[in-house]
Design a protein around this ligand. Sequence first.
Ligand code: AMP
Length: 366
Amino acid sequence: MKWMGSLKCVKSAKFWSIRPQSKKVREMLTHPRFGVLRSIDEIQAVGHRVVHGGESFSSSVVVDQEVKLEIRRLFDLAPLHNPAHMMGIAAVEANLPDVPQVVVFDTAFHQSMPPTSYLYAIPTVLYRKHKIRRYGFHGTSHEYVSQKAAEYLGRPIEQLKLITCHIGNGASCAAVLHGKSYDTSMGMTPLEGLMMGTRSGDLDPAVVPYTMNKEDLTLNEVNSMLNKHSGLLAVSGISSDMREVIEAMNKGNENAKLAIDMYAYRIRKYIGAYTAAMDGVDAIVFTAGVGENSALLREKICERLTFLGVELDKSRNEERSSEARRITTDAAKVSVLVVPTNEELRIARDTYRLVREMPVREPVSE
Ligand code: AMP
């Protein structure tokens, strides 16, 4: 059976490890033809994207001993990501000991969510003891595109109800109410919510023990199945890459069509839910690989949102541009925008701002 093959590959899946390749990075940055620096000494600050900031960080911060300790304390919540981020921080410390570092958290923007959004309906002792709750991710992107959307619409963000859809290989929606995250589809980890390239997104938690039992899988194996062997890849049986799945659908592959329909349907359900959560929506924003580039997916997601007042303009939807743009008609009650995300720019800006605000260190006298 086809799916037995994929379960087998779950069992043999191995975790990969990251080793800082400091020398290679230095060479690349200062390469006479491809590099961007004449000397490594030109670097005045380094910004890192850190996946999990837990409840400790609701904004970006300059790295110090306490911040490093806290990122370590959060290893349990993001075992694949936070240890790798710490290696990056350590590599910069070793190579550029006097250069300040800033960490920008994927979770920080969503710290404004109310408890109705972030709590799970499980015994509260689990929240108190282990901080089991929704954190949400892609925060830098949701914040960046919601600000860009407000600029594009020429309205103060404090007056807007936005739904931002970051749909790439990883995917999440956010309800951004008056500039603040009110709810988001990813949860304690990035597994919850939308169907993604290789992640299942929402499913009945009872599937986990049932599958373990029926297929004699360990907890780690099921975890790996849900994170790395599900989503578009599993349903299409072809690829986690949307372009390849679309290509297969265009050649008549039924599983590819089903995967794309499910992917779009689940996003539409979240848009409906978040409209109800905010008692309305002014604009829906698409971003990331699929959201920025696939007119087909945008059309499929929007086709049954007419009840909201979404009226897609087909030729605007087909246009390609690296700028923010509207793809609905001018008369549409709810605007749909495509806004290219730029997490790196956001990280660079936070780093610049925080490092400029740092107190000037007095030179140490001999
Ligand atoms: P990201 O994680 O934001 O880099 O997005 C990666 C995803 O975007 C992959 O699934 C790509 O196949 C998808 N993607 C990129 N360009 C296109 C396109 N023109 N049409 C459909 N999907 C695309």
